[in-house]
Ligand binder design. Structure first.
Ligand code: FAD
Length: 400
């Protein structure tokens, strides 16, 4: 015989979207149950580069697109949260860099120069003051253009911790794509069934919100729910642990519309620096095996940063998908995505940076449907489930 537990909202998936949403809902007085299959912040979130884009990268085509409009408010939203003045308190989280930068290899890159001179980005970019450049770009061998973007880089593991710590009650480890967890009646979800050893609990909620990243697809399929189609964009990311002392947070721009290389700097538990390499290197590297991808990365670093000596370095790489709503011709989606079908809401932030925007949209949908905080949840009934651990940074897993 199953026991029944009532809660206002069930959230499936504990990446940035699920955790931020949980924080906002609990702060507003809603009762929630968040179910995470593996580790909190897992999937894409802990493997992201932590850049809180303001859209400049996406505006390189020469004009601001929808993507850049939707995202342009995000650095200010995150800054307020990091200062403890926003709708979530991230004051305990770390900022890795107050700016993300952009450089070109040589000064004759007219595309970059005219782009930054254009009215469209005025105010979003600061000019190239030599004294204010990071140390790595003060080397006399650097002859390119250099710009500071109005974008921050956050330490994602510390953001995850800040989102979990005030509301860790109600977060459990469970794979919601197993055992057909979601029960349906006439296309509407009636409850979510959780199976333990000699135990079965039915959770009844007013809304079931899917924030499972790439896992949204299997949660929808396992329940035979008709949800939005998903696309996967594969990336072959590179990590390198080294002894070069100056951190870099920057895109290198070539003649195309996408960065040739994006570098962010992170730190092992013992303080040793790690560069995390993405951009076009990761997009084109999906066809390459690990060894060939590492050779490409080494060649690119020598070519783009010839004055940098990484010393004795430890290189590794891994493949990952970005999970997004389906677009025509695998285009990048423009903004956070929220889709409602009856009492199920499916979400993909599409970028870490857009999470505040995603959560606003979910809250608006709840308000429109008059879903208000109401039910007290007896978490005692879920004591048979364990709490999911917090994800380890990918460099810690690969390079320790
Ligand atoms: C390599 C890389 C670099 C990136 N860099 C940036 C960046 O610098 N800036 C930026 O703005 N964006 C970046 N992004 C995009 C950003 O990381 C994602 O848009 C964002 O993290 C997605 O968050 P999410 O919570 O939707 O998904 P995820 O982080 O993938 O979390 C989903 C969670 O759901 C859980 N789950 C899955 N299936 C189930 C199930 N059946 N039951 C229960 N739980 C389940 C997973 O275990 C996971 O923990 C990057 C992405 C990648 C891949």
């Amino acid at each position: 015989m199953a026991e029944t537990l009532d809660t206002d909202i069930v959230i499936i998936g504990g990446g940035i979207a699920g955790l931020w949403l949980n924080y906002r809902l609990r702060s507003a007085g809603y009762s929630t149950v968040l179910l995470e299959r593996q580790t909190l912040g897992g999937g894409q979130t802990v493997r992201s580069q932590g850049i809180i884009h303001g859209g400049t990268k996406y505006a390189l085509h020469g004009a601001l697109s929808n993507a850049s409009n939707a995202i342009s408010e995000m650095p200010a939203r995150w800054r307020a949260c990091l200062n403890g003045e926003g709708d979530v308190d991230l004051s305990s989280a770390k900022v890795l860099s107050e700016y993300h930068y952009m450089w070109s290899r040589d000064r004759l890159m007219s595309k970059l120069t005219s782009f930054f001179a254009s009215k469209a980005v005025r105010g979003k970019v600061e000019t190239d003051e030599f004294e204010q450049r990071p140390e790595a770009f003060k080397n006399p061998a650097f002859h390119g253009n250099f710009y500071a973007l109005n974008e921050i880089v956050v330490d994602v593991p510390s953001v995850i911790n800040a989102l979990i710590s005030p509301f860790d009650e109600g977060i459990y480890q469970y794979d919601c794509a197993q055992h057909s967890s979601l029960e349906l009646d006439n296309g509407s979800v009636t409850d979510l069934q959780l199976f333990g050893k000699n135990k079965r609990v039915r959770i009844k909620a007013k809304r079931y919100i899917l924030t499972a990243g790439e896992g949204n697809e299997s949660v929808l399929h396992s329940a035979q729910l008709h949800g939005p189609a998903m696309q996967r964009r594969p990336l072959h990311m590179v990590v390198v642990k080294h002894h070069y002392p100056h951190p870099i947070y920057a895109h290198c721009i070539g003649s195309g519309s996408k960065p040739l290389l994006t570098i962010t700097t992170h730190y092992m538990a013992d303080g040793q620096p790690v560069w995390y390499l993405g951009g076009n290197l990761a997009e084109t590297g999906v066809e390459l095996d690990k060894q060939t991808q590492l050779e490409s990365a080494k060649t690119l670093i020598k070519e783009l940063l010839p004055w940098v000596d990484l010393g004795e370095a430890h290189w590794d790489s891994f493949m990952i998908h970005r999970a997004e709503p389906q677009q025509n011709a695998m285009l990048r989606p423009d903004s956070a995505f929220v889709h409602q079908n009856d009492n199920v809401i499916t979400c993909w932030p599409t970028k870490l940076a857009l999470t505040p925007n995603l959560v606003d949209e979910v809250l608006e949908k709840l308000e429109q449907d008059n879903i208000t905080p109401e039910l007290a949840t007896n978490y005692e009934l879920l004591k048979f489930l364990s709490r999911p651990p917090i994800s380890k940074p990918v460099w810690q897993e690969l390079l320790s």
